[in-house]
Ligand binder design. Structure first.
Ligand SMILES: Cc1cc2nc3c(=O)[nH]c(=O)nc-3n(C[C@H](O)[C@H](O)[C@H](O)COP(=O)(O)OP(=O)(O)OC[C@H]3O[C@@H](n4cnc5c(N)ncnc54)[C@H](O)[C@@H]3O)c2cc1C
Length: 341
């Protein structure tokens, strides 16, 4: 599996099937009575050193259909298509809605799984529906976005692993020169626009790519800081009372970042907590697993790492944050064959 994951980690799979059409994908999944793991870009996967004792199905389906509807452009994209060229195409065609998600590796079909997001945008904003195989009921159906349970870095698909196979995703994008209002302060600053204003799509894409490269968040075969699964931890969302308690415990470091959620809870920054708990960039084993030298949230494999070592470092960090601030960190990638915590 180390050849199929961006972390370059994971032992052997019992068997591997490649699915290049929806027909092949359905046949591969339906024909498999035992444990099954879908893998596309492998950029959000941590697989045990012992490997996977079942069938790995590689999602390599392809194809994009474009149509005009209700003043929008709808694009239905097969699950195995790569996300980043899709974003490039949308920006080049003047279609707004995914430009801030430039540079994210992986496939179209995985984007609804954790409601992929970055720089103030997430795919839930533009997904109209997701075509799935529901393995529980053995039916292929089109799930409207409202039925996908999208939340911050989560969805019904992520909360019930194994039930749904994403076959295709339909996005609705607006033909517009300017992006949606930019809510992410760092991005607005880079583009020299006031937060809440839009900017030309191509400018937003270039600015996002530059910011991401600076953090090692665009895959680059010669940059070890990109040998990761992206952010290893999600930003914690805590009850209002727990955030007040965090403010007290963190007082010596200043006020922790706090972003109100619609349900009254507060989202804080995992990177801020990790750094203030004493873990700096580069911490770890320079030839094994270490925190990226460019981004506190990314755990990287410097060449000789193992999944056991990755998990050990992740537990050390999460334990340090819990002891210091009383906040539990939750891993973002899908963990296969390994327990957390
Ligand atoms: C350098 C780097 C930067 C990143 N930056 C971001 C970021 O900014 N924002 C963000 O949200 N994520 C980010 N990620 C994480 C990752 O790129 C995304 O989660 C991406 O959508 C994963 O796609 P994938 O095809 O690689 O999925 P995989 O890693 O192959 O699979 C991920 C999960 O989805 C399941 N899955 C895959 N395809 C299907 C399917 N067709 N049907 C059902 N289940 C499926 C897999 O079984 C697995 O559980 C980053 C990762 C890296 C390495």
């Amino acid at each position: 599996m180390s050849e199929l994951t961006t972390l370059r980690l994971g032992g052997p799979a019992r068997s591997l099937v490649e699915a290049r059409s929806e027909f092949e994908l359905l046949a591969a999944v339906r024909g498999e009575p035992g444990p099954l793991l879908l893998v596309a870009g492998g950029s959000n996967l941590v697989v045990a050193d012992a490997g996977f004792p079942g069938t790995v199905v590689r999602v390599l389906t392809a194809g994009v259909e474009e149509r005009e509807r209700d003043g929008c452009v709808e694009l239905t994209v097969q699950a195995g298509e790569e996300w980043e060229p899709f974003v490039a195409r949308c920006v080049a065609e003047g279609l707004a809605g995914v430009e801030s998600l430039s540079g994210i590796p992986g496939s179209i079909g995985a984007t609804p799984i954790q409601n992929v997001g970055a720089y103030g945008q997430e795919v839930a904003e533009t997904i109209v529906s997701v075509r799935v195989l529901d393995r529980e009921r053995d039916v292929v159906e089109e799930l409207p976005a409202g039925d996908c349970g999208f939340a911050y870095r989560s969805s019904a698909f992520k909360r019930t692993p194994g039930r749904w196979v994403v076959l295709a995703v339909t996005f609705a994008l607006e033909r517009r020169e300017l992006s949606a209002p930019l809510t992410y302060a760092e991005l607005a600053r880079t583009l020299a626009v006031a937060p809440g204003e839009g900017a030309p799509l191509a400018d937003v894409r270039e600015a996002v790519l530059a910011l991401r490269r600076g953090k090692g968040m665009v895959l680059d075969p010669v940059d070890l800081d990109t040998v990761s699964a992206g952010s290893f931890f999600t930003n914690p969302i805590v009850e209002e009372g727990a955030f007040a308690a965090l403010e007290e415990r963190a007082a010596e470091h200043g006020r922790p970042p706090g972003f109100p959620e619609p349900d009254g809870r507060v989202k804080t920054s995992a990177a801020w907590l990790i750094e203030r708990a004493g873990f700096q960039r580069g911490h770890g084993n320079p030839s094994g697993i270490a925190i990226s030298s460019k981004h506190t949230l990314a755990l990287t494999n410097r060449g000789q790492g193992t999944t056991a070592e990755l998990l050990a470092l992740a537990r050390e960090i999460a334990g340090g944050v819990r002891d210091r601030f009383g906040v539990d960190l939750v891993p973002e990638p899908t963990l296969v064959g390994v327990d957390w915590p």
